[in-house]
Design a protein around this ligand. Structure first.
Ligand code: GTP
Ligand code: MG
Length: 335
């Protein structure tokens, strides 16, 4: 389960500043296949005290946090979807991400140039959103052209698909981002395969101080059914709330494994069952799953170790139907 986030916003609003702050503690572990392939992709550890505590408890040789990939792209300007600036080219770089951080300039400070010559976060949000919508419309038009031909043969499946994509087009034509549509539509494999930008959940990062954020702006974001975080990127803020929020909006949780070799956090979707979770550790574990020994991380720590937790009856044996919970520590028994 790879968590990746694309950063979007107008030019000069602080995207690369955010990226640098995030990647200050970039993970460099050979285990991760994507480390430093591209200077604009940063692998960032998920801050998680549970990993640190369990590492000490187990005297692990190493600890491996969960990771998030952040993508820094060039700023988008009005007309980006039509090829203005470099935006169009860069938008395709964030097609594969799971979520978007929409960075909005709220800080004043006249000597930092604003492409529109004034600080107006609501206007800027509309500019970026409309570019993302236009880009999606572009993608959808291509798909529609193809589907219209295919549906003419009377293929029922294609006719259904055509209706579905038309529904997306209708929403976009009203300038509505697709994430506002029902879950069933968004999770349809045909829709998913298009990797549409506005189908991804958005977290607004308001770059400025609390007093730079107006009530109007908060209302605007709430009307967009999204959440925001205020951070003064000029003052090196703690960005762990941003990653926490990403887990929330994507409905992700972590479980842990711990032992002498390593303590490690694993990211899964809330609602996954034990075999599926085990499959993230090793693909074989999913098919060959027999059972898992499970203990809540805090119970393990409070008991002082696995043996003590077992004596206290805190280690449970769970089968294939067990739904994983955030903070579970597991040992997988497999065939
Ligand atoms: N005062 C102040 N300046 C900031 C803040 N965030 C970024 N800056 C400054 O704004 C300028 C642009 O920042 P970048 O991070 O390069 O902006 P960007 O969004 O990556 O810009 P492009 O890559 O051109 O799209 C730099 O001079 C930053 O130091 C902030 O919170 N406060
Ligand atoms: Mg930049």
């Amino acid at each position: 389960m790879k968590l990746s986030i694309g950063i979007v916003g107008l030019p000069n609003v602080g995207k690369s500043t955010l990226f640098k702050l995030l990647t200050k503690n970039e993970v460099h572990i050979a285990n991760y296949p994507f480390v430093t392939i591209d200077p604009n992709i940063g692998i960032v550890p998920v801050p998680d005290e549970r990993v640190d505590i369990l590492e000490k408890l187990s005297h692990s040789a190493k600890k491996i946090p969960a990771i998030v990939e952040f993508y820094d792209i060039a700023g988008l300007v009005k007309g980006a979807s039509q090829g203005q600036g470099l935006g169009n080219q860069f938008l395709s770089h964030i097609r594969e991400t799971n979520a978007i951080v929409h960075l909005v300039r709220c800080f004043q400070q006249a000597d930092i140039i604003h492409v529109e010559n004034s600080v107006d976060p609501i206007r800027d949000i509309d500019t970026i959103n409309s570019e993302l919508v236009l880009k999606d419309l572009d993608t959808i038009k291509k798909r529609l052209d193809k589907l219209e031909g295919e549906a003419r043969t009377g293929d029922k499946k294609k006719i259904k698909e055509l209706e579905l994509i038309k529904k997306l087009e209708e929403s976009l034509n009203q300038e509505k981002p697709l994430y506002l549509l029902d879950k069933e539509t968004l999770e349809n494999p045909e829709v998913k395969s298009l990797n549409l930008l506005t189908g991804k959940p958005v977290i607004f990062l308001l770059n400025g101080k609390e007093e730079d954020v107006s009530q109007e702006l908060k209302d605007k974001i709430s009307n967009l059914k999204s959440s925001y975080i205020t951070a003064d990127l000029g003052a090196e803020p703690d960005l762990s709330p941003l990653i926490k929020r990403a887990y929330e909006v994507l409905n992700l949780i972590s479980f842990l494994t711990t032992g002498e070799d390593e303590t490690r956090a694993w990211t899964i979707i809330n609602g996954w069952k034990a075999p599926q979770a085990a499959g993230t550790i090793h693909t074989d574990f999913e098919n060959k799953f027999i059972r898992a020994d499970v203990v809540f991380w805090k119970d393990l720590v409070d008991s002082g170790g696995w043996v003590q937790a077992k004596q206290k009856g805190l280690i449970r044996t769970e089968g294939k139907e067990y739904v994983m919970k955030d903070g579970d520590v597991i040992v997988v028994k497999h065939g």
